[in-house]
Design a protein around this ligand. Structure first.
Ligand SMILES: NC(=O)c1ccc[n+]([C@@H]2O[C@H](COP(=O)([O-])OP(=O)(O)OC[C@H]3O[C@@H](n4cnc5c(N)ncnc54)[C@H](O)[C@@H]3O)[C@@H](O)[C@H]2O)c1
Ligand SMILES: N[C@@H](CCC=O)C(=O)O
Length: 514
């Protein structure tokens, strides 16, 4: 019997024949589901939705995946009303029963992972290992939040007593209806994580995925409902930004989690009066000092810059290298950029799949043209749409002024800019000179430099000397993942020990007995 595989982002080189065979089976199963209609699911029933949109694969633009019938304002209102109606019973369900359902759902996600991953590959262009990782992360996020609720005994604890016959408990209780608005790039994990935390905490959930992530969101919804989640407890509202806006504006939503761009997240924070967990963009830097292992540094940067075509909030898009090793580092990085296989993400050897849409290709062309005039394109720079999808080459840019737009703006492309600096200290200062503060990486052989980095760097997720990913690849229960500054609104990180509490409010219960 083939050994069951387990993919995380840090083990993406896993070369297990069983994994590939299972994924191929998943592709066959996924093909049978193509042509599906994805419409709102409210109270377990599929609604009609609005004007259909055709969902195509970014890796093969001739491939039609599904027809999406976006949620209308009326669907949003019905879903919120249904979630409100179901909230008291779900909150009153003993937490052990809630967790049992969610753990069953996590196991279903793991069992179905080859098919879910194959559909995700077609839907957003993730290579097979990234897609399997996203699916397994979804299951592990749900498991982790269940474990947290259990470890805290349902967040119900006795407090001190200061008067006779009086006892007090501190109890964390759910808010009610929680909206989850998720992005395209982790179409399952970033829906499953917030939804899992909200549900484990006892809230009901209305999920509005990214339009391009609609299929993964449907498959996640199926796993949760098949596991026995009551139909009123989770509702799916596919569509573009419009149903998201309607949800944010709806007075029946008690709390929300948004993951996406900083511009949208800031607009939502301004518009929404209740608790809003917003996880947003990044402009993540790696710093390489003269004492670093340059092979590790180049591999770690390449994986974080080009994995998922640079479309991770955690992607490494700028590198500050001590001047004496700048050229040697760039030479190694260029080699990776030129050898990472670009192409159909369904194929086993592909590392870099497509970018998400035609707009991203145009953005790439504009940025490359600017890089050619303001600096030097040391590797890549070409679009590869002749492959049948939105393909662009992994790109390394050098020689830019340190205040160039490419060092400042989140591009969400497989493009990384490298600049020489005088010292680790200057690299850290430049890394911090950004409104964002999501992830950062550091490569050095000197403990005092590492200590300096850890003491000063302004980012929520930081890595030292990590060839598996300079700035990417957090795993639930291992690396809590959340942004500082303009990258995150709460200072508490997903997959970490303080997260599920954000979906609960504290009630102090004092009872005097006669
Ligand atoms: N910090 C993180 O954990 C994290 C993780 C993944 C992605 N991201 C960020 O997400 C962005 C890429 O994803 P995207 O292109 O899907 O982001 P996006 O902001 O365009 O959309 C994210 C989601 O929000 C919805 N939306 C957009 N505007 C809205 C509004 N005004 N009101 C309500 N809903 C709205 C979209 O329909 C989608 O479902 C990048 O900036 C990336 O850095 C952050
Ligand atoms: N959690 C992922 C990034 C999610 C954002 O896009 C990582 O750690 O690389």
């Amino acid at each position: 019997m083939t050994e069951r595989f387990r993919v995380t982002y840090a083990t993406l080189t896993a070369d297990n024949p069983g994994l590939h065979a299972a994924y191929e089976d998943g592709v066959r199963a996924a093909r049978n589901r193509l042509g599906a209609t994805i419409a709102p699911i409210i109270d377990g029933e599929t609604a009609t939705g609005g004007e259909p949109a055709v969902l195509r694969s970014p890796g093969d633009t001739a491939l039609v995946l599904a027809e999406v019938r976006p949620a209308t304002d009326a669907d949003v209102a019905r879903a919120v009303a249904a979630a409100r109606a179901a909230a008291p019973a779900w909150a009153a369900t003993p937490w052990r029963e809630r967790l049992a359902v969610l753990r069953r759902a996590a196991d279903l996600i793991s069992e179905r992972s080859p098919e879910l991953a194959a559909i995700m590959t077609m839907e957003v262009g993730k290579n097979r290992l990234e897609a399997l990782g996203d699916v397994e992360e979804s299951a592990d996020l749900i498991r982790y939040y269940c474990d947290q609720v259990e470890a805290h005994d349902g967040f119900d604890r006795p407090m001190a007593t200061i008067a006779p016959r009086e006892t007090t408990r501190s109890v964390l209780r759910p808010y009610g209806v929680w909206a989850v608005i998720s992005p395209f790039n982790f179409p399952m994990a970033l829906a499953a994580g917030p939804a899992g935390a909200a549900l484990a905490a006892g809230n009901t959930v209305v999920l509005k995925p990214s339009l391009q992530g609609s299929f993964s969101a449907l498959l996640l919804t199926e796993c949760l409902l098949d596991a026995g989640l009551p139909a009123g407890v989770l509702h799916l509202l596919p569509g573009g930004d419009e149903p998201g806006r309607a949800l944010v504006a709806h007075p029946g939503v008690d709390g929300l989690t948004f993951t996406g761009s900083t511009a949208a997240g800031e607009a939502i924070t301004r518009a929404f009066a209740g608790p809003a967990i917003c996880e947003m963009g990044g402009k993540n830097a790696a710093i390489v000092t003269a004492t670093a292992d340059l092979d590790d540094a180049a591999l770690g940067v390449a994986r974080s810059a080009f994995g998922l075509s640079g479309q991770k909030c955690s992607a490494c898009s700028r590198v500050y290298v001590e001047a004496s090793v700048h050229d040697a580092f760039v030479e190694r990085l260029v080699k990776h950029a030129e050898t990472f296989a670009v192409g159909d993400p369904l194929l086993p050897g592909t590392y870099v799949g497509p970018v998400i849409d035609a707009g991203a290709v145009t953005r790439y062309e504009d940025v490359v043209a600017h890089a050619r005039s303001a600096g030097r394109v040391a590797a890549g720079g070409a679009t590869m749409t002749e492959l049948g999808g939105f393909y662009v080459a992994p790109t390394v840019v050098t020689g830019l002024p340190l205040d160039d737009d490419i060092f400042r703006r989140e591009l969400f492309l497989p493009l990384v800019a490298v600049a020489p600096v005088a010292s680790a200290e200057e690299g850290i200062a430049l890394a911090n000179a950004s409104p964002y503060g999501l992830t950062a990486g550091f490569f050095s052989g000197e403990q005092s430099e590492i200590d300096l980095f850890l003491a000063r760097v302004e980012a929520g997720v930081v890595y030292v000397n990590r060839p598996a990913g300079a700035t990417t690849g957090a795993w639930p229960g291992v690396q809590p993942f959340g942004g500082w500054k303009a990258s995150g609104s709460t200072g508490k990180a997903g997959g970490g020990p303080y997260y599920v509490q954000s979906y609960l409010r504290e009630q102090s219960q004092t009872v005097v007995t006669s």
